[in-house]
Design a protein around this ligand. Structure first.
Ligand code: OXD
Ligand code: MN
Length: 586
């Protein structure tokens, strides 16, 4: 399929290491994928679901010890430990290669090596980056074929180039004690052993599109971010794009596929989903920041997804989807998960494949059970989804889950202050849900587990990007949908009503809305957030926009303590931002 020497030599080398019975190149054709699905059904690796109700859909169960990403076994193997920074695990490259090769050696014996050429980003786009993943798992092949663009056209676009990311995945024995997800930024290489779970083995996603790509972006002058991208269309048909970063479990997929409240829909507002997890962003010829979603599908959390919380996500899963670790409804050969509806199937198997029958004492689906769905299935997928030139970003939005401290929305003073706002992003642990203020976990730009180099250098890169963008830089905001009242109830309705906040954000970008200056930035005048057809008083909204100086003084102490981790590497600009905040809080 290719004459590319760097590709052929690397594959020969890895073949000699893992010793497969045969090698199969994935060409991206439907015939080949269909044959692989049949083979995986025959071995029980996947289960074909009811093809009338769920055409093209399958169910897979992982090993019970292999159900989530493993941050404590994820390593950045840069030459110098200092380059991985205090927020990553590090291993010396030579030691890591030796250990991984010892684990991988001979592990494909009796198995097939699948060679997956894939593209992150539309093939041929200036944003696109190519990779090859070797795997001994058909499940990985089928998932990669949904999540990325796979096949011959990728090799054609790559040509003779050596500029591609090497990925080796070996299932081995799924031994937790020997599970490693290692990244070698200096070699553009990823090696993953002893796992079969999505986030650890679909190497295009977190491993390439964030950890390796954040390094590429730093070296090449662009940004790889853990962000959704959405387009907001107004009644005049103009679309403005927003990129937003939230830590896991803060509703990124829901916001990316938001359905505006009826009053907005009637006026002609629409939201378009460009991506729900990752954004690659570059300065365009016009000086603005342009973004693509490098992925081609959604790897979403199933529990809680339903026709109310996110109809667009649920509809996306109704064809061509792989479900992992959900309930198998044996009555009609479909799937179920907690929060889908109120009718758990009484004749069913749980995520482990054990008889479950809607047992109220145990969960049927794993809390991290997933769907892998093609982006094209999404009813609100952006017409620009496949655009090689990307979409221009007007606003960057950070957010987290805070019971009290952060207001519903505020705008940073400028780019530099916005980088500060991103760097101090935090969420509270679930204790917050019961009313107590939970433990604060800092997750700068939602990149804590995904930044492939020293976090302080990453902030310096953000500051550098701001200099390049100058007055064309997107405006930077922070939102918090999760303020609680004294009884521990959410005050803001969230979901589709978040549209009301997005509207203010876009109005601010266009100079159409006023704001009130506070020590942390600019908050809306309460009257400027549209509360029509919403059961929320102006006074309540005012309380949501309050900035409490005592809480922020405590917050400033927490930030100072967090910043100490980064020592001398912390950019002066951020130190100055913290000092500025403290002075304004006096
Ligand atoms: C994800 C995550 O799976 O951020 O996207 O954990
Ligand atoms: Mn994510």
């Amino acid at each position: 399929m290719t004459n590319n020497k760097s590709v052929l030599e690397w594959i020969e080398d890895k073949k000699a290491l893992v010793n497969p019975d045969k090698v199969v190149w994935i060409d991206g054709s439907e015939e080949q994928l269909e044959a692989l699905r049949a083979e995986a059904c025959a071995t029980g690796e996947i289960i074909k679901l009811n093809q009338e109700k769920l055409p093209g859909c399958y169910l897979h169960r992982t090993a019970v010890n292999d159900v989530a990403r493993v941050e404590h076994r994820t390593f950045i193997c840069s030459d110098k430990e200092e380059d991985a920074g205090p927020t990553n695990h590090w291993m010396a490259p030579a030691d890591a290669y030796k250990m991984l090769y010892d684990i991988a050696r001979g592990s494909y014996k009796g198995r097939t090596m699948y060679v997956i050429p894939y593209s992150m980003g539309p093939v041929g786009s200036p944003f696109a980056k190519y990779g090859i993943e070797l795997t001994d798992s058909i499940y990985v092949v089928l998932n990669m074929s949904i999540m990325t663009r796979v096949g011959q056209n990728v090799l054609d676009a790559l040509g003779d180039s050596d500029d591609w990311v090497r990925g080796l995945h070996c299932k081995c024995e799924i031994d937790e004690e020997k599970r490693y997800i290692c990244h070698f930024p200096q070699d553009n290489t990823i090696i993953s052993v002893n796992s079969g779970y999505g986030g650890n083995v679909l190497l295009g996603k977190k491993c390439f599109a964030l950890r390796i790509a954040s390094n590429l972006g730093r070296n090449e002058g662009w940004m790889a971010e853990h962000m959704l991208i959405l387009g907001l269309e107004n009644p005049q048909g103009e679309v403005k794009y927003i990129a937003a970063a939230f830590p896991s479990a803060c509703g990124k997929t829901n916001l990316a596929m938001l359905i505006p409240p009826e009053l907005y829909r009637k006026k002609g507002y629409k939201v378009w989903c460009v991506g729900d997890d990752i954004a690659w962003m570059r300065v365009g010829e016009d000086g603005r920041l342009w973004a693509v979603n490098p992925e081609n599908g959604f790897f979403g959390v199933a529990p809680g997804t339903n026709m109310k919380s996110n109809p667009n996500a649920l509809i996306s899963t109704q064809k061509g989807t792989i479900f992992t670790n959900v309930v198998h409804n044996l009555d009609d050969n479909t799937v179920w998960w907690e929060g889908l509806d109120k009718n758990p199937p009484t004749n069913s198997l749980n995520w482990k494949g054990e008889v479950w029958n809607a047992d109220p004492e145990t969960k049927g689906a794993h809390p991290n059970s997933r769907f892998t769905a093609p982006a094209k299935n999404c009813p609100c997928v952006s017409p620009e989804f496949d655009s090689g030139k990307g979409v221009p970003i007007s606003a960057i939005v950070f957010g987290g889950r805070r019971a009290k401290t952060a207001p519903l929305v505020y705008q940073s003073r400028d780019w530099e202050n916005g980088v500060f706002v991103g760097s101090i992003m935090a969420s509270e642990t679930t204790a917050a849900a019961t009313g107590a203020v939970g433990v604060v976990r800092r997750d700068p730009m939602a990149m804590l587990p995904f930044c492939g180099y020293h976090m302080a250098d990453y902030w310096a890169h953000w500051l550098e990007m701001g200099k390049k963008l100058g007055d064309k830089a997107p405006k930077i905001f922070n939102v918090n949908w999760f303020r609680l009242d004294d009884e521990g109830h959410f005050i803001w309705p969230g979901f589709g009503d978040n549209m009301r906040v997005l509207e203010w954000i876009i109005d601010r970008c266009e100079g159409k809305a006023d704001a009130v200056e506070t020590p942390i930035g600019f908050v809306p005048k309460a009257e400027d957030i549209n509360l029509e057809e919403l059961d929320l008083s102006l006074d309540t909204l005012k309380s949501l926009l309050e900035v409490d100086k005592d809480l922020w003084n405590t917050e400033a102490e927490g930030i100072e303590e967090f910043y100490q981790k980064f020592g001398d590497k912390l950019p002066e600009e951020l130190k100055a931002q913290l000092d500025g905040l403290k002075a304004r809080l006096k």
